[in-house]
Write a protein that binds this ligand. Structure first.
Ligand SMILES: [Fe+2]
Ligand SMILES: [Fe+2]
Length: 230
């Protein structure tokens, strides 16, 4: 069976919520989250203060990474089960996710006041927008042709549960496909939340902060080892 081309498909952006399979369908959930990511990119453009721009990028990074991790562990495996002849499309999108992880990792430690910061941010935004278009214009409409509305809602619910518990920081070195990402994702999600808590609670350079981060690192190593033994 030949796959429909992009031009033969109706983009998620041009469908009503009912056509997408309802509010909980993966098409509707993806559309809403892509819109939230787009709103953050617009907020960055409108923000004149460099430090505030850095905070917008941090918020966008966390949201984009959780969104993408849940795709890699829930949506793309479901897509490959429904359309095993189209693994090339998810491989292409995973390549973009890898690039997003690398760019956001570099931005984590970049200074928003530095001359090259804005260009780095623009490159990350371009890949995030391209990724959303590939999914809304091609991957999701193709899935919609072979999955029932009930199946689209089941995938949407599973994706949302995974998104809420996903790692919050960039991890370009972990695999982008199961089972590697699933096994490493759980301890990394715990470790990321330890670091998020430390970032909010303790000043940079303090001894307590160093100890807290070391404890978080120990936790993730133990978690990865335990996951590999199962
Ligand atoms: Fe994506
Ligand atoms: Fe997406």
């Amino acid at each position: 069976m030949s796959l429909p081309s992009r031009e033969q498909l109706v983009s998620v952006a041009e469908q009503s919520e009912a056509q997408r399979g309802g509010r909980r369908s993966i098409l509707s959930r993806q559309s809403r989250d892509h819109a939230d990511l787009d709103a953050l990119m617009t907020a960055y453009d409108a923000e004149p203060d460099a430090a505030a721009r850095g905070r917008v990028v941090a918020e966008l990074a966390e949201r984009a990474l959780r969104h993408a991790f849940a795709e890699e562990t829930v949506l793309f495996p479901a897509y490959r089960r429904h359309l095993p002849e189209d693994a090339d499309l998810t491989a292409h999108i995973q390549g973009d996710h890898q690039r997003i992880n690398e760019l956001l990792e570099a931005l984590q430690t970049a200074d928003p006041h530095a001359p090259g910061y804005d260009a780095q941010v623009r490159e990350a935004f371009a890949v995030i927008r391209h990724d959303a278009h590939d999914e809304e214009d091609e991957l999701l409409p193709r899935l919609q042709r072979v999955a029932s509305p009930a199946q689209l809602r089941a995938i949407g619910n599973a994706w949302e549960v995974q998104r809420r518990t996903s790692p919050t920081r960039p991890h370009p070195k972990i695999p982008r496909t199961p089972p590697g990402n699933v096994l490493t994702g759980i301890p990394l999600a715990v470790s990321d939340r330890v670091k998020d808590g430390v970032d909010h609670a303790l000043p940079r350079g303090s001894r307590v902060r160093t100890v807290a981060l070391a404890a978080g690192a120990g936790l993730v190593v133990a978690g990865v080892r335990a996951a590999r033994r199962r």
